[in-house]
Write a protein that binds this ligand. Structure first.
Ligand SMILES: [Zn+2]
Ligand SMILES: [Zn+2]
Length: 253
């Protein structure tokens, strides 16, 4: 009972955090910094990795850091954007992707525990021991309206647990690969791949109890504006400050 309640509470909490937390927009300071340092090296191409490079959005015409993309629904560029989620009415970006993953995890667990704890009743309703009238004893006691509601709730919970489970697994895959859904379509190897645990820490912060709670990372490793590349992590780069380039392309998301 305690586990069921905790899963539901954490699922609802994660949902609120995903829906109400700004996904991370480009700060004005960043645009000013780019404007001062820019060498106007326009580059063509799209859907390719550009670690350490700023770009100019083709739609809102503002500078944006690496891994930021334009959301046509929000009308703004979002830091480390993953996708726009209509279910929560918000973009999923650097600042709330963690909550989104937790929402799928706790939502899946909440639905799964509902199905599992109600399994004996489901068994009685759908299979159960037949009594002399050919209906299960439990089923015979329930009005037809309650039977339908009970069945509908069970099927919805089962469907949601499967759908959320698939979503959770796909985002765990992205998390440990240090990828976003948009970057899955990029060509070439992922320059941000630092190894599973360090990849997860880029979004969740240093590993601690906050990984499990829908709160901001206690020890964040990134501000969403720049991300260490595998090349830098291996000490093969002598670049201290990320170079700022420019490309006049629109990522169209
Ligand atoms: Zn934009
Ligand atoms: Zn959006």
């Amino acid at each position: 009972m305690c586990v069921c309640f905790s899963c539901r509470l954490l699922a609802f909490w994660s949902f609120l955090q995903t829906s109400m937390t700004e996904p991370g927009f480009v700060p004005k300071d960043f645009c000013d910094q780019v404007a001062q340092a820019r060498e106007a090296a326009a580059e063509a191409g799209d859907r390719v990795w550009r670690p350490g490079e700023a770009s100019t959005c083709g739609k809102c015409r503002q500078s944006r850091p690496e891994r930021a993309h334009h959301c046509s629904i929000c009308g703004r560029c979002v830091l480390r954007m993953d996708h726009h989620c209509p279910w929560v009415g918000n973009c999923i970006g650097f600042a709330n992707h963690k909550y989104f993953i937790q929402m799928t995890m706790y939502g899946m667990l909440a639905c799964a525990t509902f199905v599992l704890t109600a399994m004996p009743e489901f068994w009685l309703v759908f299979v159960g021991k037949k009594h002399r009238k050919g209906r299960s004893a439990f089923r015979a006691q329930l009005p037809i309206k309650d039977q339908m509601l009970f069945s509908l709730a069970g099927m919805l919970a089962l469907s949601f647990s499967v759908a959320l489970g698939v979503l959770f697994c796909s985002h765990i895959f992205l998390l440990v690969k240090n990828l976003t859904s948009i970057e899955m379509a990029y060509r070439g190897g992922n320059p941000y791949d630092l190894g599973k645990r360090r990849n997860a820490s880029q979004l969740l912060g240093e590993m601690d109890a906050s990984w499990l709670l829908p709160i901001a990372p206690a020890r964040p490793l990134s501000d969403g504006l720049s991300f260490p590349s595998a090349r830098q992590a291996q000490g093969r780069s002598h670049v201290d400050v990320a170079p700022i380039g420019r490309r006049d392309v629109d990522d169209g998301v």
